[in-house]
Design a protein. Structure first.
Length: 209
């Protein structure tokens, strides 16, 4: 089922592009540009863990795969400014083994980059949030039993719900709004055994009668 890419993401289908992005510095560079807008390699350097010259090399590598591009020159025109081509990116594992390996490598870097984010939020941000924001936050770990088609339908429904907030222009954001990081993982389990869709345990995770 096609979602129509409601977020306006750049769609990656080239395994070489996936492998190019499967690097901690390049992911950090792209995320920084997507979040804060155009910047030079020198400006990005302290935020991505690389020297300006190394950051510049990574930027050129990303540009070679159409992930970043030249931005409008700064007033002094002494340094090259870069911008992200799109506000986000998405990819699906290709059918061939090389493509699947490339998608797995990129997924691994993305998971590694966000693995510590919830705990950092809990220790660094949560203690300073206002009561209304604390009440609005949400964390869930839910198991569902669905078909592949139903899971794709859920993804489309969530994208449809989120799209107006993802694509809303800065000038249209209501007073009092702020950034919220949403980490959405849908991780299918392996094929079930002969015991049925719930396995040897009941649907609540406890042994059935």
């Amino acid at each position: 089922m096609e979602s129509g890419n409601r977020f306006g993401d750049l769609e990656l289908d080239d395994p070489k592009a996936m492998r190019a992005l499967a690097h901690p510095v390049r992911l950090a560079v792209l995320e920084r540009l997507q979040r804060y807008g155009p910047a030079t390699a020198t400006q990005l350097s302290p935020h991505v863990g690389a020297t300006p010259s190394v950051t510049s090399w990574h930027l050129r590598h990303l540009a070679g795969f159409g992930l970043v591009r030249d931005a409008e020159a700064a007033a002094d025109r002494r340094e090259r400014r870069w911008e992200a081509v799109a506000r986000g990116f998405r990819f699906e594992p290709p059918d061939d083994e090389d493509g699947r390996a490339a998608a797995r490598a990129l997924s691994g870097e993305m998971f590694a980059r966000t693995a510590g984010l919830p705990l950092r939020w809990l220790t660094e941000t949560e203690p300073h949030l206002e009561p209304e924001w604390l009440r609005a936050m949400n964390a869930a770990n839910t198991r569902i039993v669905v078909t592949a088609e139903e899971l794709a339908g859920l993804r489309e429904a969530m994208e449809e719900l989120l799209a107006p907030y993802v694509t809303r222009d800065r000038v249209e954001r209501p007073e009092g709004s702020r950034g919220v990081r949403m980490l959405l993982y849908a991780l299918p389990e392996g094929p079930e055994g002969p015991e049925g869709p719930e396995g040897p345990e009941g649907p609540d995770g406890e042994a059935g009668a």
